[in-house]
Design a protein around this ligand. Structure first.
Ligand SMILES: NC(=O)C1=CN([C@@H]2O[C@H](COP(=O)(O)OP(=O)(O)OC[C@H]3O[C@@H](n4cnc5c(N)ncnc54)[C@H](OP(=O)(O)O)[C@@H]3O)[C@@H](O)[C@H]2O)C=CC1
Ligand SMILES: O=C(O)C1=N[C@H](C(=O)O)C[C@H](O)C1
Length: 248
């Protein structure tokens, strides 16, 4: 691994809510971005291969449908990839895993430092309270496209991992019928301009515990994405997490 001291950064989804903030946080390190509409004056292209050639690392906060194409282009160019886009289907996730054989990829549904620690606490709660009913509630702005949020799914995976069960066997998004033992349930609310709220609730007959996170400023994600990009550029190929980047 050759750590790059001042990596050149590109942003996929640069015109979006989070992409705009990432561009601001990148400052002079920003090389350009990806959009469905090119803007040569800002070095915004529609071609992922062209962006990747001019960058050491791309922060990707765009749309799940772009993931397979980005995976192939960035792997081909040898460009590091910080992937924050959520709503990936299994095909897109397979493309991410394949790219990580060739380039360093840091995938995080949530770039917040506190939320990253939340995942570790969720794992511990899952392990320590294996028989409690686990429910995850997430609330987001009215424009959000995917549900449950990527973060909610990551919290659910952490609880399942703590319990030593396959997430796919216990995840429950449909609340109809009697609650199966061991299920990990999800509920989503959409409205207003809520930046991102996540609660993990573990319930027994005689007590309950709630772990809560509230994003108060979307910039927390942008700052985390930049930290991840600077940490990732120049690393060996592999699939990394936000927890890796935050290790002291
Ligand atoms: N990891 C994290 O911490 C966080 C992750 N996210 C995730 O980042 C992603 C972007 O979020 P956000 O910035 O709020 O979203 P926006 O919709 O504001 O931005 C996404 C951008 O992606 C581009 N895009 C490319 N292809 C498509 C497509 N088919 N449909 C829609 N947009 C497309 C659009 O740019 P153009 O029109 O110029 O092509 C758009 O502006 C989401 O998946 C979200 O869940 C969000 C917050 C935090
Ligand atoms: O779309 C958003 O806004 C957010 N998406 C991420 C997710 O799906 O978990 C992270 C954050 O909650 C904001």
């Amino acid at each position: 691994m050759t750590q790059i001291s001042a990596p050149r950064i590109g942003i996929a989804g640069i015109t979006g809510r989070l992409g705009t903030l990432c561009a601001e946080e990148a400052g002079d390190a920003l090389v350009g971005g990806l959009s469905r509409t090119a803007d040569p004056q800002r070095n915004i292209t529609t071609d992922p291969a062209a962006l990747a050639k001019s960058c050491d690392v791309v922060i990707d906060v765009s749309h799940a449908s772009t993931v397979p194409v980005h995976a192939a282009a960035f792997a081909q160019a040898g460009c590091a990839w910080v992937l924050g886009t959520t709503g990936l289907d299994q095909g897109a996730q397979d493309a991410v895993n394949a790219a990580a054989q060739h380039i360093p990829v840091l995938q995080a549904a949530n770039f917040s430092p506190a939320l990253t620690l939340f995942l570790e606490l969720a794992r511990q709660l899952g392990a320590g309270l294996p028989d409690y009913d686990a429910e995850i509630l997430e609330v987001h702005h009215r424009q959000k496209l995917d549900a449950p949020s990527g973060t909610a799914l990551a919290i659910g995976r952490a609880v399942a991992e703590g319990r030593g069960v396959r997430f796919e066997d216990v995840a429950r998004t449909d609340q109809n019928g009697r609650r199966p033992d061991g299920a990990i349930g999800f509920a989503s609310l959409r409205g207003g301009q809520i930046i991102g709220e996540h609660d993990l609730v573990l319930m027994a007959a005689d007590e309950q515990i709630t772990l809560s996170h509230r994003a108060l400023d979307r910039r927390v994600f942008a700052r985390g994405a930049l930290l991840a990009a600077r940490w990732l550029a120049g690393r060996s190929a592999g699939l990394y997490t936000m927890a890796d980047a935050l290790k002291r």
